[in-house]
Design a binder for this molecule. Structure first.
Ligand code: ZN
Length: 142
């Protein structure tokens, strides 16, 4: 991973073999980024995606072992249990050019991932919503 700051934004290059979510979490913690937006493109492999079954209140998980174009990674950063937490979704395509995607649990960088982070001057927490079974955004008192 290599990165540069421009204004209050960050441009991050992830390299082959790095774990995408784990590496971004480490970057966020090291730079004390507690809120913001993440965008990225690249090439990834060994992808674990989730589909949230709202009725069952659980994620269905699936592994994808091939190499995929990372057409779009989009996510947001909040704070969970005192640490930056990245919630990211991805859109991928394989050799058949068909697109698919889901909630990103983890992936390994294959060629590279080019990411952009826009921190917010706002800290957002998460609290469990019993109705949907997920920790949803919780705005802090001003
Ligand atoms: Zn999600």
């Amino acid at each position: 991973m290599e990165f540069r700051q421009t204004g209050n934004q960050w441009v991050v290059r992830l390299d082959r073999g790095e774990r995408l979510v784990e590496t971004l979490h480490r970057f966020l913690a090291e730079h004390h980024i507690t809120g913001g937006y993440v965008w990225g493109i690249g090439s990834i492999t060994d992808v674990e995606l989730g589909y949230y079954d709202v009725n069952a209140k659980e994620y269905l998980r699936r592994q994808f072992a091939d190499v995929y174009e990372l057409l779009s990674l989009q996510g947001n950063i909040t704070v969970v249990e005192g640490k930056p937490f990245l919630h990211a979704h991805v859109l991928l395509s394989g050799g058949d050019y068909g697109a698919f995607g889901g909630h990103l649990f983890e992936a390994r960088v294959r060629a590279t991932v080019e990411a952009y982070l826009q921190p917010w001057e706002l800290e957002i927490g998460r609290a469990l919503n019993e109705d949907v079974g997920l920790k949803l955004w919780q705005f802090q008192a001003e």
